[in-house]
Design a protein around this ligand. Structure first.
Ligand SMILES: Cc1cc2nc3c(=O)[nH]c(=O)nc-3n(C[C@H](O)[C@H](O)[C@H](O)COP(=O)(O)OP(=O)(O)OC[C@H]3O[C@@H](n4cnc5c(N)ncnc54)[C@H](O)[C@@H]3O)c2cc1C
Length: 483
């Protein structure tokens, strides 16, 4: 992401963490006459929890309204259609099914239905066995009935963050990456925030949206003590050719610790199965484990018997940044002045993110920051053409205008040279940054055929040398030992 040099930054509001929460907060605040800086320790935005999750916009029936996360989930869900029109990211309201495999589970479906109705989840429906198979013929024949939440949907979380950040930048927000906050002190009415590399930013208000590290950032600012407990979720990604692809997101009846193992038709046509739920200690541990992966296959087959190991493209994991009480903790700090906590944002944090943006905007105002609306705030970002979405005539016109659209670099995902060059020009200058922005390298061959072509484009466009090419930030140089 195009990022500013922080040396000279003096802001009204500094937001620490450019994931789903921080980026939505930044965009929301960008509608007001404020100087805002969005800081992240990684080389690009959305490289924390927001990079690896299920990508589901939840249906509003899993949690009771006594939880803040539930109230923000309901509101966030409703905000996505408008956001899609403004921000042009792939999003599909495909709906959600929860399948009961026996009468005991059906009793829990009853509870979920009542909760969904009380929560105001639109169109929620109790389903007979026949209705379930009408909605999803690939279900396990043992299914006895279930729940349908038509308002649920799917999106790619990082693509959403990229669009939100682009919009925030367009409206004046400064984004500073590779800025790891390690120390902060009061300097009059402001905070002076120090990065690991010595750079500094000053701000009157600070929002702590640091995901897994929100407890550490809170400590740095002398604010509340709490502990973020990472809970790992592992996944398998299935090729889009799989016969197991359902039409809707399929949930089992949830357990006490998680929503269970799902079968998710992604917005790009592949299928995700998972996630597991395992409390761990190491916040950097995103390894995968054969036992957990076998568990995923077993459980996913209970939902859709056609799930096959031969369709697996890759495995990955993400870490839920959970607090002990299971809820979000979003509030003005009682200890550190003008410091706002946005912590414990585990699921449904993606669904809730737009509503978190609104909620935190109100807290910033409550903390004393004057919010004067900008007359020229522009909610729209420009639409980026993707060659694989176009029909032959449109594609022909585009290639005539720019022949680089006719050079397909990533064959699995049909990503053209022009799309990769656009990503680089927008500041995504690592292989992961380009992958998450364009999908190049996310298909069947997982970058086996296109990575070297992308490296060559990076060198051509930026003037970088082979030695500088990174997978994702310092220390991940790809060719350092080879040269
Ligand atoms: C397995 C799994 C499945 C999930 N599925 C869903 C789902 O289907 N639907 C749903 O609604 N939600 C889901 N979630 C939840 C959702 O992914 C999270 O709620 C959301 O991504 C949290 O975003 P965030 O911005 O709060 O945190 P993050 O994305 O982690 O952002 C925090 C940022 O802070 C930065 N940072 C940390 N420390 C510092 C520092 N010292 N200095 C500077 N920067 C710092 C990090 O680099 C990071 O980019 C899932 C989560 C997981 C793990």
């Amino acid at each position: 992401m195009a990022s500013t040099d922080a040396a000279a930054v003096r802001a009204d509001v500094a937001i620490i963490g450019a994931g789903l929460s921080g980026s939505c907060i930044a965009r929301q605040l960008s509608a007001y006459e404020l100087d805002i800086v969005l800081l992240d320790k990684e080389c690009d935005v959305s490289m924390g929890v927001s990079r690896a999750n299920s990508g589901i916009v939840h249906g509003g029936f899993h949690h009771n309204l006594k939880y803040l996360k539930s109230r923000l989930e309901i509101r966030g869900n409703l905000m996505y259609d408008r956001l899609q029109r403004e921000l042009d990211f792939p999003f599909k309201r495909c709906g959600i099914l929860v399948a009961a495999l026996n009468d005991e589970e059906m009793k829990y479906i009853d509870h979920l239905y009542t909760q969904g109705v009380e929560n105001g989840a639109i169109g929620i429906e109790m389903c007979s066995r026949e209705r379930m198979f009408e909605l999803e013929p690939k279900l396990n024949p043992d299914c006895v009935g279930g729940l349908h939440a038509p308002g649920g949907g799917v999106l790619e979380p990082y693509r959403f963050v990229f669009s939100v950040v682009e919009s925030a930048q367009k409206n004046g927000v400064e984004v500073v990456t590779n800025f790891e906050v390690v120390h902060a002190e009061r300097a009059g009415e402001r905070y002076r925030i120090h990065a690991a590399d010595g750079r500094q930013v000053e701000a009157r208000y600070v929002v702590n949206a640091a995901g897994l590290f929100a407890d550490r950032v809170s400590e740095i600012f002398g604010a509340e003590e709490f502990q973020i407990i990472p809970r790992k979720g592992e996944y398998f990604l299935l090729d889009r050719a799989t016969e197991a692809a359902p039409q809707r997101v399929l949930f089992p009846v949830p357990t006490k610790v998680s929503k269970g193992m799902l079968v998710i038709p992604t917005v790009e046509g592949t299928v995700l199965i998972g996630p597991t739920a395992q409390e761990i200690e190491d916040k950097e541990d995103v390894s995968t484990n054969a036992d957990q992966l076998n568990l995923i296959l077993d459980q996913a087959r209970k939902m859709v018997p056609k799930v096959s190991q031969t369709d697996v493209i890759t495995a990955f994991s993400g870490l839920r940044p959970a607090l002990a009480d299971g809820d979000f903790y979003i509030d003005i700090s009682a200890k550190a002045p003008n410091f706002i906590q946005v912590a414990g944002i585990q699921s449904p944090g993606l669904t809730a993110a737009p509503a978190i943006g609104e909620y935190v905007k109100d807290l910033v105002k409550k903390a004393g920051c004057s919010l004067v609306e900008k007359a020229d705030w522009d909610p729209y970002v420009s639409k980026l053409p993707r060659i694989r979405d176009l029909g032959p005539y449109e594609a022909d016109n585009l290639v005539n205008a720019n022949p680089a659209y006719g050079n397909v670099v990533c064959r699995c995902e049909e990503i053209s040279e022009a799309e990769i060059v656009e990503a680089i020009r927008r500041g995504h200058t690592t292989l992961d940054g380009i992958k998450y922005f364009t999908r190049a390298g996310m298909g069947r061959c997982q970058g086996g055929f296109c990575s070297y072509k992308i490296i060559k484009l990076l060198i051509r466009e930026t003037g970088m040398s082979y030695k500088d090419i990174q997978k994702c930030g310092a220390g991940s140089e790809l060719l350092r030992d080879a040269l």
